[in-house]
Ligand binder design. Structure first.
Ligand code: UT7
Length: 332
């Protein structure tokens, strides 16, 4: 019997309507389009304006898009994994609510939290369930309502992030398609550089934490940049080397969308030309857990069965890594 590998067999995505452009941000904080564009590559981000809707709304829309496109019976889904840094509630898994809302009545579900590496780590987790032979359909969603944890008076963070969601379906392949190799890393000394300080067990919420804006994202951008730019390139190069992939063998680089300069450095290190680098940071900004599946959603029509994709991500914690995956289907 052929070995079972975990292939991506469908993709869905969702971003909210509202566009927060650099021009609008110029009216909110002391910044300008030129600075944002040259330092990050971002032109606009999508924001979920409705105060009554949380991350689950984005995740449900992305999952529904996948279900509709694939004509999938949600009752066949075995497991729903939701990567998110912005769950609806601190306790009561958002994935469970999402699974119920999309009609995945036979699934179990849980959240996964590794900041901007949520989706990358989630691919590893989802693949293990499929490779075991026990589960046939695993829905992996990456979704974040970043606007819910941003201080829109802090120009160092509010210009970077946006809201969005993407979803993929993992199913067994006996043709050697899907996840081939992974190299995942983490380093806890990084947590001081990118965090939300309060609201957890270390610093529970209080009037003081609210007054001191401790519930918003804090980032020492320069330090995170230094780690991200070298580590994301390192792991991508390592995955290529380990699998004897030349730059010609790689059809697509699928990089986390945190900063265009980090993406360019990773592509340069791999020797990959721009045309093979998936990029949508200009329109969505950094959507944290949703960057990788939204890239697949946007580029799906250009992907061909057998294409070699190298994923790479870097996030808070620190968490980072790279995955080599063979694409499993042609669109249309
Ligand atoms: O996705 C999770 C992982 N996160 C990342 O990978 C993000 C990594 N970091 C970055 O992408 C970059 O560090 C940022 C985009 C966050 C910042 O870019 P930078 O080139 O590292 O800028 P900087 O923090 O060194 O700031 C340079 C200058 C400073 O002014 P002075 O001290 O030189 O006078 C800042 O105060 O730019 C100033 N500045 C701004 N100016 C206009 C900071 N933010 C802004 C702003 N508009 N929005």
């Amino acid at each position: 019997m052929n070995k079972i590998t975990a292939a991506i067999t469908a993709v869905g995505g969702y971003v909210p309507e509202y566009r927060l452009t650099n021009a609008i941000l110029e009216t909110m904080v002391d910044t300008n389009d030129e600075w944002i564009t040259t330092r990050t590559g971002i032109k606009e981000r999508r924001i979920l304006k409705d105060p009554d809707k949380g991350t689950s709304y984005l995740a449900i829309e992305a999952a529904k898009d996948l279900i509709r496109k694939r004509n999938l019976d949600p009752a066949e889904i075995d497991l729903v994994i939701l990567g998110t840094a912005t769950p609806d509630l601190p306790v009561a898994s958002t994935a469970v609510y999402v699974a119920t809302e999309i009609g995945a009545v036979n699934a179990f579900a849980y959240d996964l939290q590794a900041a901007c590496s949520n989706f990358l780590y989630g691919m590893s987790t989802a693949a293990r369930y499929i490779e075991s032979g026990r589960y046939k359909k695993v829905l992996l969603i990456g979704a974040d309502k970043m606007s819910s944890i941003l201080d829109y008076t802090d120009r160092t963070t509010c210009i970077i992030f946006g809201d969005g969601a993407g979803a993929v379906l993992f199913e067994p392949s006996t043709e050697g398609l899907g996840l081939i190799d992974e190299y995942l890393r983490s380093d806890g000394t990084g947590r001081k550089f990118l965090k939300i300080e309060a609201g957890g067990s270390l610093m529970p919420p209080s009037e003081e934490t609210v007054r001191n804006k401790k519930h918003f994202v804090y980032q020492d951008g320069k330090s995170v940049f230094k780690f991200a730019v070298s580590n994301m390139a390192d792991v991508a190069a390592k995955i290529m080397e380990r699998n004897a992939l030349s730059h010609e063998d790689v059809d697509w680089l699928v990089p986390h969308q945190a900063n265009k300069r980090i993406i360019d450095a990773t592509a340069n290190r791999m020797g990959i030309e721009n045309a093979k680098v998936m990029m949508n940071i200009a329109y969505y900004g950094n959507t944290t857990s949703a960057t990788l599946p939204l890239l697949l959603h946007d580029y799906e029509k250009q992907l061909k069965k057998g294409d070699n994709l190298v994923f790479a991500a870097f996030g808070g914690g620190f968490t980072w890594g790279s995955i080599y995956l063979k694409w499993a289907y042609n669109s249309n």
